[in-house]
Design a protein around this ligand. Structure first.
Ligand code: ZN
Length: 214
């Protein structure tokens, strides 16, 4: 199987417990579940409906605040933003709005308004979304297309331990809707492909990229 990001040949390993095969790209460090495991959107929705995203929950708010605290010092004061794949909640968008950033939300299931298809944003954020994507490369490309020149893309997804044995014990891939896994290196490769500069990662689950001006 070739890597869905950089097209190099991958190495396949199997999680003996689940029987699931994973394809591991050494050059860009992308790991993806075998496409036979990808679920139709209705099956995914049933699981997402169980997520309890209560805007009043202090823990949930603190969780987004950590993301905002990492991202905003790197991106200055954008005029507008898009929260891509927000789920049911508008909480992250509300936090950004409180900081005077005019923020749209989009989610294919819960907020399917596609006005973002024709707008440009100075900042696009997407938290705990990329691990669900069948084709993250094309989504990455679409998001970069929606950025203004010099705009920022800030993503949150747990970085995998780049070792098959450690990976098998890792909790994050056990959610059946989590199908693809990244390292900062993967986002560096994507950044290079689509005219972005890799600005920063937090060593755990966050990256910030900047679209080049030319
Ligand atoms: Zn690759």
């Amino acid at each position: 199987m070739h890597c869905h990001i950089c097209n190099q040949k991958t190495v396949t390993f199997q999680d003996e417990k689940s029987g699931i095969a994973y394809h591991h790209c050494k050059p860009c460090k992308y790991i993806f579940k075998d496409p036979s495991c990808y679920q139709p959107i209705e099956v995914q929705k049933a699981r997402y409906d169980l997520h309890e995203n209560d805007a009043n929950d202090a823990g949930y708010r603190a969780y987004f605040q950590r993301f905002v605290d990492f991202v905003l010092p790197k991106v200055g004061q954008p005029q507008n933003a898009l929260d891509f794949g927000c789920g049911r909640s508008r909480l992250l968008a509300d936090i950004l709005k409180d900081m005077n950033i005019d923020t749209d939300v989009y989610d294919p299931i819960y907020h399917p308004d596609t006005q973002w298809h024709t707008k440009k944003y100075e900042l696009i954020v997407s938290t705990e979304v990329f691990e669900h994507l069948h084709d993250p490369k094309s989504v990455f490309e679409q998001l970069v297309e929606r950025l203004t020149p010099g705009g920022y893309l800030a993503l949150q997804t747990q970085f995998h331990p780049n070792d098959p044995e450690v990976f098998k014990r890792w909790y994050y891939h056990k959610d059946p809707t989590h199908i693809v896994f990244f390292r900062p290196r993967t986002f560096r490769v994507l950044a290079e492909m689509y005219g972005c500069e890799f600005l920063a990662d937090n060593g755990k689950n966050m990256v910030v990229l900047k679209k080049r001006k030319v």
